[in-house]
Design a protein around this ligand. Structure first.
Ligand code: BGC
Length: 730
């Protein structure tokens, strides 16, 4: 079989990478870096590689001596200015500090958690919320965010699934690039942009058993096709820094991994920024068992390509001795210093090291920011079920019960990594509903806790639910049940919540379940019995308003799941782009399936309903060849056949039917969120390049093979119009 070798497209890809990363290289800056490096002592150089969390007076002298290059977790214009002043006025070479922080889904104005916002399938929105977060953070003295988290996660037991964009490398890549563009803007030199740090490089989401920090053992093909793409795209978008991860990858910890940090990131992709370790991930090389001493850990990390040591104190305590002993060359240290100085120069920190504290007051939590928070929360909601059009509720409803541990809860709607988000900023679901209908019509009770409760509380909920026209039940997870170090072995609703849902359902009152959670949950009973279900994740400060907008039809939900919902935790890992196997599941016993549960998910990837209906028709697929390129065009008509305006997310999947290595049953290649008035019809056209249809073969070469491809365009990964096209090798 002949391979289509895509010489020209590959060339194009390299050019793009180099262009975006090359903008980090500026001859004038390079000269300034060189002149500074010439003047620096070894201690001052090592200082640039040292990052410390939080400030205290004992650190003042170290800043004066140039022994600290960066802080994390120091925030606020006044605090950062004061510490910066020590660096730029009292240190010998006046090199500014770079302040980093986890600005993951907002600074003070908290947007939906990343998994939630990924449900919007809206890169433009994601770019705008990231830009807004950057603005607030920059106004508060922050230069650098440890975001976006672009780890692909196929295992919802892993709590950090909440911080990323779900299971798909293509959706994850589009959103990763959008976030880099949002944070970094057009120029890092703009005082209201911050430098991005895609993390955790790499394959951190592949943790065995979904247990955080656990080992990752995957094929290089899976690494290249599933876990690396969002990082590559983020680098192509110009990301200035990357964070190495905690996990080992096939036996080599990622914070000491020459293959991923140098061969791939720098040599293949042309990355020109710097790499920061994760928190003490260099020190943890001892626990991994690849270094006997901190000094050895430092050697491995630095030589692999980790430039800055976050809170490991390994570089600060060992590099000088290692240099004196001739084990580490000053040249190696200089290279890391140059990379860090390059970003400091790019950020313009030498010219404007301080931020005007007035900006913070006018920027943070402004009206405009809150409007964007509401928009992003609305667009992130997924309607999972709506039997007999129970939703939206009529505002003339006579009585409504609002029940559940998360119904009037501020804190948990902020989700994990809520940065400077404050409980008082949050609008709860109860408050959102109170702003839509008269308070006297609403009866509220908590019903139980997220992780506890009592029969008595449930009885009270039943008593309320019995006497109303409809009930809204807000259940799910608390903020600390997902995120870092928050893996779960069960994906069920915790505590008394299941009991509460059943008890309310059994009253016979029409019930809507509003889920708030940081990961897919296993809710088969709810999916079967409860007529209307909204997946709202953790939507941030405007959560309650956005949910109430959807409940009463002021906003028609259009989000789609960025991750598969299993029926039971026993199906995990479960993801849409799986392989077919030699015995695809069927009625025969000897096929790939379970005895006790179907192989299909509870809710598939890409799924979500609307209050209106859409019709897909007229799929047309053509292959067009020019002298040097082949392109695939796929067009489809989408019509709103219901009676309200609504958004549809048009998704395009392909399958390489026969190839030299097995290919997934489907792979997402394009999508577009469109809005349609009742009866309106739009033609949606996609264009694919052949180089997007390739994969890594057995020799680990990226190839595009000729043959037949299936193509689907539709509203989810399990529905759509089917077509096909053929690639020929001449
Ligand atoms: C997390 C990172 C985070 C860092 C700094 C670590 O524990 O893994 O994602 O950026 O802490 O807060």
């Amino acid at each position: 079989m002949k391979f289509l070798k895509f010489t020209l497209p590959l060339f194009l890809i390299c050019t793009l990478t180099l262009t975006a990363q090359n903008s980090l290289i500026n001859p004038d800056i390079e000269n300034r870096i060189e002149s500074l490096v010439q003047q620096m002592t070894l201690d001052e150089k090592i200082g640039q590689l040292h990052q410390v969390s939080g400030y205290n007076e004992n650190l003042k002298q170290q800043i004066q001596q140039g022994k600290i290059g960066s802080f994390l977790n120091v925030k606020g214009a006044t605090a950062t200015n004061e510490i910066q002043r020590i660096a730029v006025e009292e240190s010998r070479l006046k090199i500014p500090l770079i302040f980093g922080l986890d600005v993951i889904h907002g600074y003070r104005t908290i947007f939906p958690i990343p998994l939630g916002e990924a449900s919007s399938w809206d890169p433009d929105l994601v770019e705008r919320t990231s830009a807004m977060a950057a603005r607030e953070a920059a106004a508060s003295g922050i230069h650098w965010t440890f975001a976006p988290m672009v780890d692909i996660a196929r295992d919802p037991r892993w709590g950090r699934i909440a911080e990323g964009h779900g299971e798909d490398p293509y959706l994850g890549s589009v959103l990763a690039a959008a976030k880099v563009r949002g944070f970094q803007g057009k120029s890092l030199n703009d005082p209201f942009t911050i430098v991005a740090c895609p993390k955790h490089y790499v394959a951190y989401g592949g943790a065995q058993a979904g247990r955080d920090y656990h080992a990752v053992d995957i094929s290089i093909n899976t690494l290249r096709e599933i876990y690396l793409p969002p990082f590559k795209v983020a680098v192509d978008a110009g990301a200035g820094t990357i964070m190495s991860a905690f996990n080992e990858l096939n036996g080599v910890p990622t914070s000491a991994n020459l293959f991923t940090l140098t061969q791939i990131l720098r040599n293949e992709w042309g990355f020109q920024g710097f790499v920061v370790s994760d928190w003490n991930s260099i020190g943890e090389l001892l626990n991994h068992g690849i270094a006997a001493t901190p000094a050895e850990a430092g050697i491995k990390a630095l030589l692999a390509g980790v430039d800055m040591d976050m809170m490991g104190f390994v570089y600060a305590n060992n590099l000088a001795d290692l240099e004196k002993q001739g084990i580490i060359s000053e040249k190696t240290i200089d290279e890391a210093v140059r990379r860090i100085l390059r970003i400091k120069f790019q950020l313009g920190l030498f010219e404007h090291p301080f931020i005007n504290p007035e900006f913070e007051k006018t920027t943070v939590l402004s009206k405009e920011n809150l409007a964007l928070a509401r928009e992003s929360a609305q667009k992130s909601i997924v309607l999972l079920k709506n039997d007999n059009q129970l939703l939206p509720l009529n505002k003339n409803i006579k009585s409504l019960a609002v029940i559940g541990p998360l119904a009037d809860n501020r804190h948990d709607q902020l989700g994990c990594w809520h940065c400077e988000g404050k409980d008082i900023d949050v609008v709860t679901v109860l408050e959102g509903i109170q702003s839509k209908i008269p308070t006297e019509k609403i009866r509220y009770t908590k019903g139980c806790e997220v992780q506890g409760g009592s029969e008595k509380e449930i009885l009270k909920a039943v008593e309320i639910a019995q006497n109303v026209e409809a009930a809204i039940l807000v259940v799910g997870e608390s903020a600390d049940m997902s995120g870092e170090a928050a893996s779960r072995s069960s994906l069920d609703l915790a505590g008394y919540q299941k009991k509460l849902v059943k008890a309310v359902y059994e009253t016979g009152t029409p019930t809507v379940v509003v889920l708030m959670n940081g990961r897919p949950l296993t809710i088969p009973w709810i999916a079967e019995k409860i007529p209307a279900i909204l997946e709202t994740w953790q939507l941030g400060v405007q959560s309650g308003n956005a949910i109430a907008d959807v409940i009463f039809g002021d906003y028609n939900p259009g989000g789609k799941l960025p991750v598969t919902f299993p029926r039971t935790v026993g199906q995990v890992p479960i993801f849409y782009n799986h392989k077919n196997t030699g015995r695809p599941s069927g009625s025969d016993k000897f096929t790939s399936k379970y005895l006790d549960v179907p192989v299909t998910p509870l809710f598939p990837f890409g799924y979500g309903l609307s209050y209106t209906k859409f019709k897909f028709s007229n799929l047309k697929v053509t292959v067009e060849k020019t002298d040097d390129m082949t392109k695939i065009f796929a067009g489809v008509e989408v019509q709103n056949i219901g009676d309200r305006i609504g958004d549809e997310i048009v998704q395009l999947y392909v399958q390489d039917v026969v190839a030299s290595t097995t290919r997934p049953v489907k792979e997402l290649k394009r999508f577009r969120r469109i809005s349609l008035e009742p009866n309106e019809k739009k033609k949606v056209e996609f264009q694919l390049n052949t180089n997007e249809l390739g994969f890594y073969n057995q020799n680990l070469e990226y190839v595009v093979e000729p043959g037949v491809f299936k193509i689907w365009v539709g509203p989810s990964s399990v529905q759509g119009l089917e077509g096909s096209f053929e690639l020929t090798d001449n």
